[in-house]
Design a protein around this ligand. Sequence first.
Ligand code: HEM
Length: 356
Amino acid sequence: MSAGGSLFVRRALLLAVAPTAAAAVLGGLGRLGIVEGLAAAHAPAHGPLFVLGVFLTVISLERAVALGAGWSLGVPAVAASGAAGMLAGVAGAAWVSAGAALGLVAVNAAIVRRQSAVFTWLMLLGATALASGTVAWAVGQPVSAVAPAWIAFFVLTIAAERLELSRLAPTPRWATWVLASVSVALAGLSLALAFGRPAPAWALGAALALIGAWQLRFDLARRLVRQRGLPRFSAAGVLAAATWLLASGAVVALRGSGDASGPAYDLALHGVLIGYVLSMVFAHAPIILPAVARVQVPFRGTYYAPLAALHGGLLLRAAGDLLPDASLRRAGTLGNALALALFAATVLHARLRPAR
Ligand code: HEM
């Protein structure tokens, strides 16, 4: 594919994520009855829409660009088709997403073949957790059983990206091996759960908490937060994300992850999926968008507003889950949805009206 054609496909795939994300957010609000009727139509598919429709598409696109092989762009295209299938309620859409997740394993394996390093192996392990969990879901396992495998995918992929960036401030060898060992344990435990085997919640929570603590201690963000502008903003997002991972892991280790619905389940999932994953997305968007779609989104101080709204909303939601207090939980959940909308508006504004 020519460079121009590939850029067109990359941008089209990123744009295709927007309606999936909107449906996923409305579906999430629908699960609490905050929106009803047609707006809430995708409530049952909320989790898969976010994990497979939005993030599998975006992350496989980013990995395909990193690999630079024409065939690898087919993976996010398949992921986007799976998302379209889920939105249209097509039977078998789960298998399309599973195919895309297996494709991401192939892309990461090709990257490992090119560069065998701890961070590339961690990404391959993360993609393997995602693909296994998604196949288990397509076979009929409930989302609650495979969610830990999906979470392992996010945590390993992001930890690996950060490890690669931190080569600018080399990590001690022993610390890298600690991260790798805890990651293998996290992947193993989550895969056991995905395939209906028992795995202790304390061990799963401890693995998440250890990775969060590791990042707070060794990530380059600790130094960058003392700079100004974009480096400080990104570092603030990374450190806040790592704090959520540490805290959510500790809560799961001490209190378990609840049943397949309710406050404990909500906190176990979203402490990581919003506190860690979305905070990392906000922190890296001004860096990833130019790399993936050659779209410049200049840094502005206003980027702090959605980041603060995201964490503020999640604090309310976590308080509502822990107490438990249904109205706090609803307010915080709504706050999370508004933070995402504010983030999209802030990035769009920075793109259309760059500061002089
Ligand atoms: C930003 C707004 C979000 C809102 C409003 C929201 C809302 C919700 C609600 C209310 C639930 C049900 C919890 C329960 O059963 O008690 C839920 C479940 C879930 N959410 Fe979210 N969520 C959001 C973000 C995310 C993100 C970013 C992800 C993934 C990256 C995610 C993945 C999931 C998953 C996997 C489940 C479990 C679904 C199931 O068991 O079928 N959510 N969400």
